[in-house]
Unconditional design. Structure first.
Lengths: 419, 149, 419, 149
């Protein structure tokens, strides 16, 4: 008890209290094993506060937004727009008008590729991404390459998954128009040195897109301080609902971007001959939006702010270091990425020599432990590491060291089982 | 670790094939071959077949993958070796059906293979178990690649 | 009492029982006025059954789908895919693989314009739409016209809002590649004679896209029987959640369409050089989908099936005819669209001579009555009717004749108030 | 119909301006003009101004719209008539602020206009009340169209 207490003193988080906010953590898997959820890099769990705000919308305020004179419509509009303001504040965006709701990171990046890329990039222009990107930040640029003829170049990764910045400075030439990079790798967990990338890009006159899908949930993000041009993230990885995400972009870029979709709410006037676009952000939000989703996203930002992003980061560093240390003590385990928890988020990719990750994940599941196995939508990393797949455990604010103990115990059983 | 359900997946005979795969290696004089991949989980198989008068005289595989895909490959090669193409294709269909239904097949010679019927309860693993059969079908069809997705 | 009873006997719906499923209908507006929700063409209300399925997902099964070996991921995948099967069954689609989840009708139509249109349409090809379309089925084609140089032609409406089919048969020439038409007008409520449009299109060798946003919630839809090529609708108008909709398309079209978005889940392999697409429907569903939304959409289909689409249609015809008859008795009221409830859904657009719809809507709201006022995202109709805007009351399965009485009473007060 | 809140919006003086709009009509010798539209609700205004030595000698409007937009137009023209441009532009700003804050303005001569302060409680109607002021700004700026969105 004494050790437990002193241990929890080093955090400023009351994990037990936090866990009570997440009903799914009381679930049992197969025959009565309590759920140990270590798949947070894929999606995070949802606190009652977020679920309640979504439910309350449907029970009390549901209406289509904009242009309604009736009470419900005005309430729904206000809830939707106040969510936008919450999200702008959470990321310290200069104005909430620059915050475009999308269905998630994938749509956000595709929107930039379509609406900004097709407008501003021509044959021979260079777009630089990295070898550690998620497929969502690779495929849209490959499509653009094949259609427009841009040059697509990859900053390579070093053996620990960090970026080869020497190589990068050669790649980011003056014909480079955009550098699109993840703030944190979902496959390995390493944190990008964003300021170094931004410096190189600025010197070359290139814009910077930051894929914040993995960083937004775990690291405090200050868009103005980062000095970037585009920022993308998904609510479902940061305690929010599925189907909603953010594209933030500087107003000067949004002004020159053509809308990707046409329809209701994004126009000012429509005649049979012609249409004129509405103001930003409406111009990029055609059709009835995911109203409940936006409200849930705002509620998730509130929850994270209340807990405190620094507290979350400290907790995750501590638990990640604890996990790395324990995993290293298991003989056949190989950990990918940097071993210093300061250089990574709460994501640990690993393999057990001679046992396929699929089998590892399967046996862990029978103990109630949820990890992800596979290529994590980052096949270029798998090629670079020369492995077909990895097992990945990823943590969040509600995970405990006791859960890490369960993981390592179970891994020992896996090794016994498959020999 | 809980037994029951997991033991239905990893039956002793499966682990045996996984640890000592039959027909693993390369053939010198194959008449047809195919590569299979399950990119989402990283399973890979290279399959070589020597056909003589429409009979599978010899078959061998290399590759890497999880215990289920490895064991399934081993069992598949053991089953089809020495059988005419027509019987091998019946095997392909019967295996597919077993993966959908979860009911053991009636096919003669499926004894070991029937142990894989538990896989049907694990939808994420059905592709692992099916890869070698799909690749066999491609090889016999004269195609050279197969993917399961 | 006796009349009440005999009246409710003529429906096969137990409206009071249905109303209990919709918690928002117990809400009060401003000072204690019970909500009379007559804005169903904008969005429908959400029954507890749908809310509960969404909540249950977040409380018990939340995980990212596809590729997961752990229990939650397998459960979430199964819930998501079983929703797809429910929706396919609801619309009698030949196979659920042809059902693509989108964020709503607007995205569905834009997806066809981008992914099919850009692939198959060239300069001079004709696309025929109608004057009664929602902006969502106008603007995407205007964008395509401006980019590709297609000819965009409109089937005009007659004075009662129905389509001029003689004119249509001249418009749908052999260089017409697509006829995109709404199954029911959201502004006027009239029901399109789809089979006549389909016949003309088939004769010309053109494909047919049906905008089912308004019809799907209210009329039984049998995709196979309609003999169309594309079908679009939104869950939020048919008792489901916001942020999710359907694009159904024939497999032969889906096969030739390029994906609009690149990212996770829509690829089979990604290397730095190239990517290969996954199978359909995954090819069109990049990124983490709106999982809870899809589940809620499926639950809404279940709810509608349980009540019975024929019962809903009968109820709506009855209440609409009742409303038309009562409204006609108010002197200065002008009703737009056909006066026969068989030719229209439960949507009534009207104006009061000399009083602006905005003022009508405002005064009604103070009585708890929610109607919509404005151009209803259908400006070409407003131009054709030569009105700047209309007031619109729209009904659904939970509305009662008593609510219609409240509407007409309140309209009388409006007339007194503004004189 | 409930009183209180609604009566705050439709104050008697507003309905009076709506029923008997001041300065409605056309000018023969205007020196500048602008058209304004609020396409989402269908409000429209055509504004004509006769400037003499930077003073609004005459102003008139035509158009159609809801009671709020009509009454606001009538009140606006009454206020600016005979005032120098500089004072008219103070009016534009003060009106904007009143719509945001819901607090009556201190501006001299805003007496009737202050009755519109209740509109601030009805976000969907703020655009209706603001249209004529925005159009005035455009006219004085030498532009010819204004939209509120
Ligand atoms: C006929 C019609 N088409 C399309 C739409 C657009 O639907 P959504 O806003 O859900 O994308 C609507 C919604 O108002 C509609 O009524
Ligand atoms: C780094 C990174 N980028 C992008 C994505 C895509 O996010 P979504 O699937 O929510 O669109 C992910 C999600 O796995 C990610 O980890």
């Amino acid at each position: 008890m004494a050790t437990n207490k002193s241990q929890s003193m080093t955090y400023s988080l009351d994990i037990e209290k936090i866990r009570r906010d997440f009903p799914i953590l009381r679930r049992e898997i197969s025959d009565g094993k309590p759920l140990v959820y270590l798949d947070n890099a894929a999606t995070s769990q949802t606190p009652v506060q977020v679920i309640a705000d979504i439910t309350r919308f449907y029970r009390d305020h549901n209406a289509n937004i904009h242009r309604g004179v009736h009470t419900l419509s005005i309430e729904a509009t206000e809830l939707h727009e106040s969510a936008r303001r919450k999200i702008a504040r959470f990321f310290n965006a200069p104005t909430s008008d620059e915050c475009i709701f999308t269905s998630g990171t994938t749509e956000s990046i595709n929107l930039v590729a379509h609406a900004w890329g097709r407008q501003h990039l021509k044959k021979g222009d260079r777009v630089v991404i990295t070898e550690i990107e998620h497929h969502s930040n690779i495929v849209p640029w490959q499509i653009l390459r094949d259609e427009v003829g841009i040059e697509l170049k990859y900053i390579p990764m070093l053996s620990d998954g960090t970026l080869d910045m020497d190589y990068a400075s050669d790649l980011i030439t003056t014909n480079t128009k955009l550098v699109a990079v993840t703030a944190m790798s979902n496959a390995l967990g390493n944190i990008t040195e964003i300021s170094a990338v931004v410096d190189l890009a600025k010197k070359a006159g290139a814009l910077v897109l930051l894929d914040g899908a993995q960083s937004a949930p775990h690291l405090k993000t200050d868009i103005q301080q980062l000095d970037i041009d585009f920022f993308a993230c998904s609510a479902h990885k940061m305690l929010g609902p599925t189907g909603i995400g953010l594209l933030w972009a500087k107003m000067e870029h949004l002004t020159t971007m053509k809308p990707l979709m046409g329809g209701g709410d994004m126009i000012l006037t429509v005649s049979m001959e012609n249409s004129t676009w509405a103001d930003i952000p409406a111009k990029f939000e055609a059709g009835t939006p995911n109203i409940a989703g936006a409200i849930g996203f705002g509620a998730a930002c509130d929850y994270l702010t209340n807990v405190g992003m620094e507290n979350i980061r400290n907790h995750e560093m501590q638990i990640t270091q604890y996990a790395i240390d324990k995993l290293q003590r298991i003989e056949r385990v190989r950990i990918f990425g940097p071993l210093d928890s300061k250089k990574r988020g709460g994501v640990i990719s690993f393999n057990i020599e001679g046992i396929h990750p699929h089998d590892v994940g399967q046996v862990l599941d029978s103990d109630g432990i949820a990890i992800r196995t596979g290529h994590h939508c980052a096949q270029p990393i798998m090629s670079a590491l020369n492995v077909p797949a990895t097992a990945r455990a990823s943590f969040y604010l509600y995970n405990t060291e006791k859960e890490v103990d369960k993981l390592t115990e179970a891994l020992n059983t896996v090794i016994e089982y498959f020999g | 670790m809980s037994g029951t359900l997991l033991d239905e997946l990893y039956k002793e005979i499966i682990l045996d094939h996984y640890r000592q795969p039959r027909n693993k290696g390369e053939l010198v004089n194959s008449t047809c071959s195919a590569n299979g991949a399950n990119p989402l989980c990283g399973d890979e198989i290279q399959l070589q077949v020597t056909l003589v008068d429409n009979v599978i005289e010899q078959i061998a595989f290399t590759g890497a993958g999880c215990s289920i895909s490895q064991a399934a490959s081993s069992m598949m090669t053991e089953f089809v070796q020495g059988r005419p193409i027509s019987e091998a294709l019946v095997g392909v269909l019967s295996f597919q059906e077993m993966m959908t239904s979860g009911v053991p097949s009636e096919v003669d010679g499926f004894d070991d293979i029937d142990a894989l019927m538990g896989v049907a309860k694990f939808p994420a693993r059905v592709k692992c178990a099916s890869l070698s059969w799909k690749t066999l079908e491609q090889a016999l069809d004269g195609n050279s690649t197969a993917t399961t997705e």
